[in-house]
Ligand binder design. Structure first.
Ligand code: NAD
Ligand code: USQ
Length: 383
């Protein structure tokens, strides 16, 4: 297939582009490199040393003979995106290219407006490009489990059948997102559903949980193929942060009571899920929603798992319950369906000591560059 990977320089987009290229697909990366710009803005960095996207692609070509096309530009700029889209003529697009940090979106008005403009306008441009130039193209879009929030009933995969005043209908599952970023994903979902219903597009919304891990089969070929790895309080995510904190002898930062429960998955399963979705596309006019995670954990459970794994390495990690900078339930019911990707053949990599050990090994190689001042949260949901 001819596949565009939007956001192909990011944590998940880069290893996904390699994975698809390794399977013989013709891959093009579109990225405006804004993620590297956020690092300049915030003084953050990837713990793993990442080379330029041009060098990454050149190394991949030298090692495997596979070419990955590159278009540096902003998908919000239709005068850039439309001609590239027409020339490449994709059969599928995997869309990772959004501002994805909840804390970043909550810094202030400007960051909230930027996040929602970047994410919603970019996706809207993509929907128009597909509708106008390649209506058969399958859109595989990264959404988030956080669109649903933490309702006191089971979470279904995208839709809920409701009986009201004696009549029954199936409609989008109610959304109660927890940040301006998560809200942007809800807006995207509505726009995609509209485009499928009205223009007959085909789209799969992958409502992904929190991802952990670093290495994939393809990135392990050469150190210059490593993906980025964030541990700071704005872009670092829970489990990845906890492992860095344990290795660097810092307390594990559980926010509040730690009963916040979320879906989690290994980065290798992100790649597998995207591939499964691409291999069995949605039908024309269908807006499919898959909940993309493999296990549920509370933040406290994750911290406990990391403390135990660290002990095996002789590290005496400890947990600090710090004031929660976010507004979120710290004790709640959580039971989310996630069977559609399993039905398509997903064989999950469940969280294991082996995975934590391998992440610890990589972190140890780079721990001398960890900046302690980036670890504690400074962005608050409410001042
Ligand atoms: P990332 O920030 O590392 O990568 C996103 C990439 O998109 C970056 O390289 C950035 O430069 C690019 N980008 C952003 N806006 C763009 C634009 N307007 N035009 C072109 N390129 C643009 O993020 P990630 O962790 O790889 O996440 C990828 C996607 O997966 C996001 O949509 C995110 O919401 C979703 N997701 C991530 C996680 C996670 O735990 N990392 C979990 C669930 C969902
Ligand atoms: N948390 C802590 N301590 C930390 C960091 C986080 O207790 O040091 C808690 C948070 O308060 C939250 C939970 O862990 O309750 C998850 O936070 P996170 O920062 O790991 O993840 P989140 O902000 O939800 O966002 C990440 C990605 C985002 C993706 C989302 C999937 O950055 O792109 O959409 O995970 S989900 O959570 O399912 O919505």
């Amino acid at each position: 297939m001819r596949i565009i990977v939007i956001g192909g320089d990011g944590y998940l987009g880069w290893p996904t582009a390699l994975h698809l290229s390794a399977r013989g697909h013709e891959v093009a990366i579109v990225d405006n490199l804004v993620r590297r710009g956020y690092d300049n803005e915030l003084g953050t960095h990837s713990l793993t040393p990442i080379v330029s996207i041009q060098e990454r692609i050149a190394v991949w070509k030298k090692l495997t003979g596979h070419t990955i096309e590159l278009a540096i530009g902003d998908i919000c700029d239709y005068s850039f995106f439309e001609p590239f889209f027409c020339t490449f003529a994709p059969e599928a697009v995997v869309h990772f290219g959004e501002q994805r940090s909840a804390p970043y979106s909550m810094i202030d008005r400007r960051h909230a407006v930027y996040t929602q403009t970047n994410n919603v306008v970019g996706t809207l441009n993509l929907l128009y490009a597909i509708a106008e130039h390649a209506p058969d193209c399958h859109l595989v879009k990264l959404g988030t489990m956080g669109e649903y929030g933490t309702p006191n009933i089971d979470i279904e995969e995208g839709y809920l059948t409701v009986t009201h005043n004696g009549r029954t209908d199936t409609m989008p599952y109610p959304k109660q997102p927890g940040s301006m970023y998560h809200l942007s994903k809800v807006h995207d979902s509505h726009n995609m559903m509209f485009a499928c219903r009205v223009w007959g597009l085909r789209a799969t919304d992958l409502n992904q949980g929190v991802v952990y891990g670093i290495d994939t089969a393809e990135t392990l070929h050469d150190p210059r193929l490593v993906t980025r790895f964030d541990y700071d309080a704005v872009f670092g995510t829970a489990l990845n942060r906890f492992i860095v904190q344990a290795v660097c002898d810092m307390p594990l930062t559980v926010y509040g009571k730690g009963g916040q429960t979320r879906g989690f998955l290994d980065i290798r399963d992100t790649l597998a899920c995207v591939e499964l979705a691409l291999n069995s596309p949605a039908a024309r006019g269908e807006f499919r929603v898959f909940n993309q995670f493999t296990e549920q954990f509370s933040v406290q459970q994750l911290a406990d798992i990391v403390v135990q794994a660290a002990a095996k390495h002789g590290i005496g990690a400890r947990i600090d319950h710090i004031d929660n900078p976010r507004v979120e339930k710290e004790e709640h019911y959580y039971n989310a369906a996630h069977s559609k990707l399993i039905d398509l053949g997903l064989q999950p990599h469940f969280l294991s000591d082996t995975l934590i050990d391998s992440v610890m090994t990589t972190i140890k190689m780079h721990m001398h560059v960890v900046r302690a001042n980036l670890v504690m949260p400074t962005v608050k949901w409410r001042n």
